[in-house]
Design a protein around this ligand. Structure first.
Ligand code: SF4
Ligand code: SF4
Length: 344
């Protein structure tokens, strides 16, 4: 069990983090000319091979640290508030801590999304020292199966290490739909997360059968039960997931390319992990003119989109600035779309 000194330090870090998050919200409401969040890929390689995943390979080398630092500086110059390291598996990048420290030195909130396999007490301590603010781990099932090894059985020890040593915020995301065999697993994972003092969110993976379909009755009831877990999370402004759960379109303005950026390992800006290829402009050349254009560009894929982090970020501007520029990206709403969260 964590001792009182540790709890005190963790609480102080949480207060400091919340103060910076409130600053991020005020700045975001005051101006629409900067990205609120960027996901950046320091390495495409992953140590796992989940069958539903289209975001990894098993060969890529880490992006060189000086190139990563330049990209982070460019995100800082654009006024980005939150940078989340994703992948692939970001812990495979040998200089990840240096990158996290750099983000914090530039006044940016630092997050990461990991499968958790490489975490040890020492590694968690190093992430504390680097100044990590948020970590998200997705757990897909209770027992590993042919679809995913991101299982509570395998990762529970890692979660206990985090509960004992992490000074940063930890969110456990569990997933419903797609190839996940037992919907009740999400509930087990969510309960365990809360028991350990973490927050818990739920996502939905869609079948890749061509058409968007509502999830089954059992999954829907698990989903609604999980939403109760999320009430404590201020970031969970994801009512749109209720529409997705019922197979209904959502009416929202996706601000990807403006308020949210996805930076791939080649340093190109994309709308999101599921819309790579648009606008695919080098980050080094990305300017406020691009942000302003994309802010006003409609995304045809929006009604059935389940990329929750972009939705949450876009919510900041839901009340203003209708999008008047026609979409340039194809409508892929009927294909596989995976919910992502933002590391909160
Ligand atoms: S879902 Fe995550 S852990 Fe699984 S293969 Fe993709 S990047 Fe790796
Ligand atoms: S898939 Fe979702 S987040 Fe990505 S561009 Fe389309 S609407 Fe936006």
């Amino acid at each position: 069990m964590p001792n009182l000194g540790f709890k005190f330090r963790r609480d102080i870090r949480a207060l400091n983090r919340r103060a910076r998050e409130w600053r991020m919200i005020f700045k975001g409401v005051a101006s629409t000319d900067h990205p609120v969040m960027a996901h950046i890929i320091p390495i495409r390689r992953c140590n796992l091979a989940c069958t539903y995943c289209n975001e990894y390979d098993d060969v890529s080398k880490p992006v060189a640290v000086d190139i990563m630092l330049e990209r982070l500086d460019q995100l800082a110059a654009l006024g980005t508030n939150i940078v989340t390291f994703s992948g692939g598996e970001p812990l495979l990048h040998p200089q990840l801590d240096q990158l996290i420290s750099h983000v914090r030195r530039r006044g940016i909130i630092a997050g990461m999304i990991t499968n958790g396999y490489l975490l040890t007490a020492q590694r968690v301590q190093q992430l504390n020292d680097a100044g990590l603010d948020h970590m998200q781990i997705s757990i897909d099932n209770v027992m590993p199966d042919d679809v995913s090894k991101k299982s509570l059985k395998v990762l529970d020890k890692k979660l206990q290490i985090l509960a004992e040593h992490a000074l940063f915020h930890v969110n456990i995301n569990s997933v419903l739909g797609g190839g996940i065999h037992n919907p009740d697993d999400a509930l087990v994972v969510g309960k365990r997360a809360l028991e350990l003092g973490f927050t818990s969110t739920v996502g939905i993976i869609h079948d890749d059968g061509g058409q968007l379909k509502p999830i089954g009755e059992r999954e829907r009831s698990v989903f609604l039960a999980m939403k109760e877990f999320e009430k404590k999370n201020f970031s969970q402004i994801n009512y749109f997931q209720n529409n997705i759960a019922h197979g209904k379109p959502s009416n929202w303005r996706c601000r990807a390319g403006a308020r949210y950026l996805y930076i791939c390992e080649d340093g190109l800006v994309h709308y999101c992990s599921q819309q790579r290829g648009f606008p695919a402009k080098p980050l080094a050349e990305y300017t406020v003119a691009d942000i302003r254009r994309e802010y006003l560009t409609q995304k045809d894929c929006a009604p059935f989109c389940t990329v929750s982090c972009v939705h949450q970020i876009s919510y900041m501007d839901f009340w203003r600035d209708p999008q008047t520029i026609p979409s340039t990206a194809p409508d892929t709403s009927a294909s596989l779309v995976q919910i992502q969260s933002n590391g909160r």
